[in-house]
Design a protein around this ligand. Structure first.
Ligand SMILES: Cc1cc2nc3c(=O)[nH]c(=O)nc-3n(C[C@H](O)[C@H](O)[C@H](O)COP(=O)(O)OP(=O)(O)OC[C@H]3O[C@@H](n4cnc5c(N)ncnc54)[C@H](O)[C@@H]3O)c2cc1C
Length: 418
């Protein structure tokens, strides 16, 4: 029986899943090498703050895919065949038990990312998959129906190559993007996603560490509304961060905002209040406490340090007695509480969790992850133009596309894909 030789370029979660799935489902003899330029599965140890948020409890494949600002429709096929349920079953069968957190995020029961890494490494060892650490792939050439894969000091021949080199908008030279380009693939514009945001306004620095619960943030670019998202956020030394900001950054990732043409954020600190009722309530509050300062009244709604900073920014005296507040002041106060504006000039440099952009999805078969340009060449994980929101979606994308890339092969996986 002929041996099928498979090279996996990149030893991250997607590459490991592809390697294991290929070895486990192969009906012929396979030899699999994983080439990793650094330490295998290093990135996974940082995921979920060391706990590895490996998926999210959304079993409907379309609903699951709606959490990917890029790649939604492309992922339908992979998710319908290897979605959250199949992934959790797979982890369970491989000895990793999981639990669902209140917010639907899924973690290993040990709460340790190392549990996931150790299982993936042990499984590859049991399946005799070769892991070549500190071995970067420099070049791949197709000769007839074989691939010649070149490393710094040696070259090997393969029948199938899976590129799983992950994303990075910084480290372009030694990445899989160059390998994909050498086969004629298009790389869509690479940009950071799931980032904190830097603002033009310097006063935010005074508020660093102040967190806000359940605000509604609307983003506008060139006077057009792009998003409106509710959630928690925190001020940083140079801008804002937190769950609602990560989400906003993802949906605005491909917009070319800058210092000269910023992304405008309007923050409603009290999204659950009816504006008219709230206005009346505020007026009553002022009337019944004529000697209280403005800042003291408003601290009922927001942290005092935040109220003071926002009032100062709007040139309102924090110590002003409520009896002296004019109609004009009240308008300003309402604007502060429901429409504070911040101008975002850039994502936080080098602060991204994932990369937006990558190998163009039009050039990849969504049913197999095979290149439409070069037969036998496959992609999986973040190297493709796919990125998800926070909540375990990016790793889920790796498990699903990695599994499909691993099993998809004209020689032995046809029945699995029928
Ligand atoms: C701090 C942090 C926390 C995160 N937390 C979560 C989380 O909790 N849940 C979640 O869903 N997502 C999380 N993510 C995102 C998630 O980690 C990534 O989406 C995921 O790791 C992508 O997997 P991948 O296998 O496609 O690529 P990667 O994990 O980037 O792996 C690719 C590998 O390929 C190697 N490589 C690159 N080029 C070559 C080459 N030429 N030759 C050989 N090897 C090469 C790289 O060294 C790398 O090890 C987090 C990301 C970060 C940065």
């Amino acid at each position: 029986m002929n041996t099928k030789n498979i090279a996996i370029i990149g030893g991250g979660p997607a590459g490991f899943m592809a390697a294991i799935a290929a070895a486990e489902t192969s009906s012929c003899k396979t030899h699999i090498d994983i080439f990793e330029k650094d330490i295998p599965l290093k990135t996974i140890l940082y995921t979920g703050n060391g706990r590895c948020n490996l998926s999210n409890k959304i079993y409907d494949y379309k609903e699951l895919a709606s959490n990917y600002p890029r790649g939604e429709k492309f992922l339908y096929s992979a998710f319908s065949r290897f979605g959250v349920k199949e992934t959790l079953d797979w982890f369970y069968q491989h000895g990793v038990k999981t639990y669902v957190q209140e917010d639907n995020r899924i973690f290993p029961t040990t709460d340790k990312a190392s549990t996931v890494r150790d299982m993936l490494i042990e499984r590859t060892q049991k399946l005799s998959i070769n892991i070549l650490a500190h071995t970067a792939t420099k070049k791949i050439i197709k000769k007839d129906d074989k691939f010649v894969v070149q490393m710094e000091n040696f070259t090997k021949i393969y029948d199938k190559v899976i590129i799983a080199t992950g994303g990075s908008s910084r480290d372009l030279q030694s990445s899989g993007y160059e390998l994909a380009k050498s086969f004629g693939h298009t790389i869509t514009e690479l940009k950071p996603s799931l980032t904190a945001l830097r603002t033009k306004e310097n006063f935010v620095g005074k508020l660093a560490g102040v967190s806000v619960k359940n605000a509604e943030i609307s983003a506008f670019f060139n006077n057009k509304q792009v998003t409106k998202i509710k959630g928690d956020f925190v001020y940083t030394h140079k801008g804002i961060s937190g769950p609602v900001i990560f989400k906003t950054s993802a949906y605005c990732a491909i917009i070319d905002y800058s210092k000269n043409n910023p992304l405008l954020l309007k923050i409603n600190f009290l999204p659950d209040f009816d504006r008219e009722i709230f206005e009346k309530e505020l007026l009553e509050e002022f009337n019944s406490n004529p000697h209280k300062s403005l800042s003291n009244i408003l601290k009922k709604y927001l942290p005092k340090s935040l109220i003071d900073a926002l009032l100062e920014e709007s040139k309102l005296d924090t110590d002003k007695k409520t009896s002296q507040i004019t109609k004009e002041d009240r308008k300003k106060i309402l604007k502060i509480l429901t429409e504070t504006e911040l101008a975002v000039i850039s994502p936080e440099p080098e602060g991204e969790i994932v990369t937006t952009g990558g190998v163009c999805l039009k050039e990849i078969n969504p049913k197999t992850m095979e290149s439409k340009l070069i037969s036998g060449l496959y992609f999986c994980g973040e190297v493709m133009d796919i990125d998800g929101l926070t909540g375990g979606f990016n790793l889920q994308g790796c498990w699903s596309t990695g599994f499909i890339a691993g099993i998809s092969d004209f020689l032995y996986a046809g029945d699995l894909l029928a």
